[in-house]
Ligand binder design. Sequence first.
Ligand code: SF4
Ligand code: SF4
Length: 136
Amino acid sequence: MLKTKVVLSFPPSSVEEPITYHLIKDFGIMVNILRASISPGKKGRMVVELSGEESIRSQALNYLESKGVEIDELAAEIRYLENRCASCTACVPVCPTGALDVDRNNWKVSFFEDKCVVCLSCVDACPYRAVEIGPE
Ligand code: SF4
Ligand code: SF4
């Protein structure tokens, strides 16, 4: 039995296709969507846990690749180091999911791990190294 967490990156052409449905119906893969950032006409990204028979893993991965979906093992998570964060807000516009967001009442930036799709955009954007890549 295969059970693995992966990051799926969808090209705009595949964002509106029922790809997870086909993984379940055609390959018997169970798809547990942990986090997702999907907008019609734009690139999408999902962190998912896949469970299914090892023997059909390569078929399912081939299917995803045929749809232009990039597959990366979830080897890392984002760590937010609050003590280094200056709430400069540089990360907020580059975060596609609102996982890094600013409270406009006090201009304090916070990290919401459950929204993070590990796109890594914030890592380069942060001048204070308050977001790091850590092990999953
Ligand atoms: S990696 Fe950073 S920019 Fe990407 S979703 Fe997570 S918090 Fe937002
Ligand atoms: S860019 Fe870095 S220092 Fe600035 S708000 Fe985001 S995490 Fe905090």
